[in-house]
Structures are given as C-alpha cells and as structure tokens.
Design a protein around this ligand. Structure first.
Ligand SMILES: [Ca+2]
Ligand SMILES: [Ca+2]
Ligand SMILES: [Ca+2]
Length: 488
C-alpha cells in the first residue's frame, strides 16, 4: 500500500473565481410510499414495529452543540504546492420550518450542490470557498476516480485554513464500484467562509475527475447520531443470536452515510449474517459492507467491499463495517423517515433430522432377526427434514443450507450397478430450516426375504437420509426395507 504524504501547514491561497451552482431542494408536500418494499423485507417479512419502537421516531437535536465531535482533527496542513481555489455560490438561506405537531408533514429544507474538478499536479489540491449560514449541518462527499494510482482526501477548513474535519481513506478499488467515497460531516455553528479542500495524497490527473457533493441540513432533519459520515466514526453495532433491529436513524440528505461496525468473534456459532435496511420513505436506503484492509491501529483505513448474496454475508472472525446510504435517484427532503437496520446471524448448522415418506402403505416394519426399517415400494421416496443449530442448549433453524438427500443400496453396489446403488438429489433448507427432496427409487433386487406365516416378503436392505453439502459428516440416515415383491 502506498504511503500517503501527510500534510502539516496550509500555504496562502490564491483565489480563482469560478461560479458553481448550489442546488436548493425545495419543500414539497410529503407523501409516504407505503408500497415501498425491498429485498430484505421480502426475505424477512415486514419489520416488527413493537420491537423497534415505531418506524417514524425521529430523534430531535435541539442544538448543534449536541453533536459529538469525536473525529480526530488532522495536524495543520502544509506542503500544498499549487492550491487552486474556486468560489462556490453562497448556499441559499434555509430555515428550520419544523412544525412539531405533525411528524410526517414537516416542511423541510435542504440545500445541496456539487462540483466536478481535477487535481492537476502531484501533492496539489483543489479548494472551494463558500459562505455557510449558522445552525446547519454540513455534509461533504468526495466521489473519487476509480484508479488505484490516485488517492485524494477531503478536508473542511475554516476561514484561516485550519482543518475542522477530514476524511482520508487509502484508495482501495472495489472493481467497477471503485474506492469508497471520502465523506465528512460538520456542524456549522458560526456563519462565515469555509473551504472544501480536496488534497492529493498520491498522484494527480487532468483526465480523471473527482466530484465533490455538499449538503446543508437544518436542526430537526438529521438523526441524533450524526456525524458518522465515514468508517472512522462508525458506531458499534451488536446483535445476539436472535439478531437485532435499529429503528432510530434516518438518511437526512442524498449524501448522508451512516456507518456502523460489528465484530464477529472467533469460535462463534455463526458464519453467515443477514444484513439489510428498509424504510417506508420514498428515499430508499441501501446497505454496503466493508472490511478495513489497512492497518487500523495506525489509523489506516482502506475499505474493501464485501459481497453479499441475497442479503446474506458470509463472515469470518473480525470487524465488519456497515454503510447505510440513500439509493433514491432524486432525494425528497420532505420525506425523511427513519430506516430500520437489521442484522441476524445464521447459526452454523450442527445437525439435521429427516422424515421418510414412501408410497402407499409405507411404514416402519420389524423383520425379526433383521431389525426395524422403513419399508416402501419402488417409487417416489420423499426425504424431508430440518436443519438446525444447537447453541448453548437452544435449537435454532438454519436457513439456506445446502442439503443432499441420499439413497444407498448395498445390494446394487455389490452388483457393480452404481446407477441403482447411489441416488442423490440436492435441495436447500427454507427460512424455517425445513427442506424436502424427492428421490425416485430404482428397482429392488429382493435379495433379503422373510416368511411371516402367510407369505414370503422379498426386499433389499437400503439406507435413506440426508447430509449437509458443507459438511457431509452432519447427516441423518435410516434403514430402508426396499420392498420388491411377495409370494403367497
Ligand atoms: Ca483518500
Ligand atoms: Ca443519518
Ligand atoms: Ca451520517
């Protein structure tokens, strides 16, 4: 990993005038899209409102002073060779029009804008100065070129060039989705001039641009746990074997990112976690999972995106970061509602049980001297069952577990007739841990017999059951009397 240059003092700024439009997001009638669903809701069903305290609870912040300024402010910036400073248009005055008697119909106002730029020389920077009103919450997001050889960082500076906040991930290209965006949040308690500062840590490019997005919200629009715009400021997120729902946060702007982390213990009882977020707001939310592949103890964050399949994340012991963000193409500032973030571990399967269902009159039969087996004729044999995990004496269903149902006939094996000796069919456990697979039985040989005083039964000794494809030692097998014919 490339070592970035750390900055330590800001040189004087040359001002290059440039007009950028700040885009106000105007207030409009709030509408709630109750039809909104997402994949997570389809998998889990609708969230239980009682366990998450209602999905419209919005934590109120009465003062920006309440925001927890816990991010480490960088050293003073230096060694900027050629800062280019552009003027951004003033953010239009926005006011807090919250009416407290109707949570859903609040009139909201957010100002947003964006600017695209380049860093034209190594160790250079691009700066944008802007006048910001007091009593607002500023969010910045820097979308980066998808290039491992470029590492740009994001600073917020005050009017004298002193850093107020920083986001300085190391570049880690996650395929076509690129490196995670730099992002920061800061409460503007004093009106005045501020600088958005894009700094090259590694490289420069006049052909691959960055895009800097900014958003200003007023008190009452953002949740009470801001300013977690980056993994540096992620909140710990824990869950028990039963999983957890968090329903107290919202996405307050098109560039709001809320970060959480959880730690998978070693020797734990699960290696998969279902993770997702859902909201009834038109501003849909998405979830991304990352691992920090940088040396976190040294403050190095390089975020490697993790693949999820059907909302399921395969985990190993270690720390995982969750990013919740807006996925609506057009953000509706009048429809800010809480989202519900959910995580539930899928226990590692420790057992499987099966039930056999054969053709008519199939049942358990005791042939004296041979033993009790499930007797059925040639035809369909349904092997259904349950995949489970035992954790601290409690039993949990295990969903989406790959299961193989199996029939084995030693008689056909001794005849070297493998296609009749071994028959397998694959299936998966459902959300409740249940599975059901049907095998068509081959013909029986009739190499075992028993005379019951009336007739002689001819049948095979066979075995039927199921095992986990992830661990074939976890299995359940029963003796099967595979009936051939009888002679009276
Ligand atoms: Ca960076
Ligand atoms: Ca938020
Ligand atoms: Ca946030």
């Amino acid at each position: 990993m490339k070592r970035k240059r750390r900055l330590s003092m800001l040189l004087s700024l040359s001002i290059l005038s440039m007009t950028i439009f700040a885009i106000p997001v105007s207030a409009a009638e709030a509408t709630i899209d109750t039809e909104n669903t997402n994949q997570f809701a389809e998998i889990f069903g609708e969230p239980d409102a009682t366990s998450m305290g209602g999905d419209l609870e919005i934590m109120q912040i009465d003062s920006l002073e309440e925001l927890d300024l816990k991010q480490q402010i960088p050293e003073v910036i230096t060694e900027i060779d050629r800062p280019i400073v552009s003027n951004l248009d003033d953010i239009p005055a926005i006011s807090n029009n919250v009416t407290t008697n109707n949570t859903l119909m609040r009139t909201r106002s957010i100002a947003e804008g964006s600017v695209t730029g380049f860093i034209t020389a190594v160790n250079s920077a691009a700066q944008y100065n802007i006048n910001l009103p007091a009593n607002t919450y500023l969010q910045l997001q820097l979308d980066l070129p998808n290039n491992q050889n470029l590492d740009y960082d994001l600073y917020l500076l005050d009017a004298t060039g002193q850093p107020l906040a920083v986001s300085d991930y190391y570049t880690y290209v996650n395929g076509s989705s690129g490196t995670v965006s730099e992002a920061l949040g800061y409460p503007i308690t004093t009106a005045g001039t501020y600088y958005f500062h894009v700094q090259s840590g590694v490289g420069a490019s006049i052909t691959e641009s960055f895009t800097l997005k900014y958003s200003l919200s007023v008190v009452g629009e953002f949740d009470g746990m801001e300013m977690d715009e980056s993994a540096y400021l992620a909140y710990p997120f824990t869950f028990s074997t039963m999983g957890v729902q968090l329903g107290t946060r919202n996405i307050n702007s098109s560039i709001d990112s809320d970060w959480f982390y959880f730690t998978v213990p070693s020797g734990g009882s699960y290696d998969k976690v279902r993770i997702g977020a859902t909201t009834t707001s038109q501003n849909t939310v998405g979830v991304e999972i990352y691992k920090n592949v940088g040396n976190e103890a040294n403050g190095v964050y390089a975020m490697a995106k993790q693949n999820m399949s059907g909302g399921m994340l395969t985990v190993s012991p270690g720390k995982y970061y969750i990013r919740v963000y807006n996925t609506a193409p057009v953000f509706d500032s009048n429809d800010i509602q809480n989202y519900t973030l959910m995580a539930s571990p899928s226990m590692r399967a420790t057992g499987i049980a099966t039930v056999l269902t054969g053709t008519s009159e199939a049942s358990y039969v005791n042939y004296p001297g041979l033993g009790v087996g499930y007797r059925t004729w040639t035809g369909p044999l349904t092997i259904s069952g349950y995949v489970y995990a035992t954790v601290d004496g409690d039993i949990y269903p295990v969903a989406n577990e790959a299961v193989t149902a199996r029939y084995f006939n030693p008689g056909w094996d001794a005849n070297n007739t493998a296609e009749f000796a071994y028959i397998e069919e694959d299936g998966y456990s459902d959300i409740n841990g249940n599975f059901s697979v049907t095998i068509d039985l081959p013909p029986a040989i009739g190499n075992f017999s028993y005379y019951n005083g009336i007739s002689t039964h001819y049948f095979d000794e066979a075995y039927a059951g199921a095992y986990l494809r992830s661990n074939s030692n976890i299995k359940f097998t029963e003796l099967l009397w595979h009936f051939a014919y009888q002679i009276i």
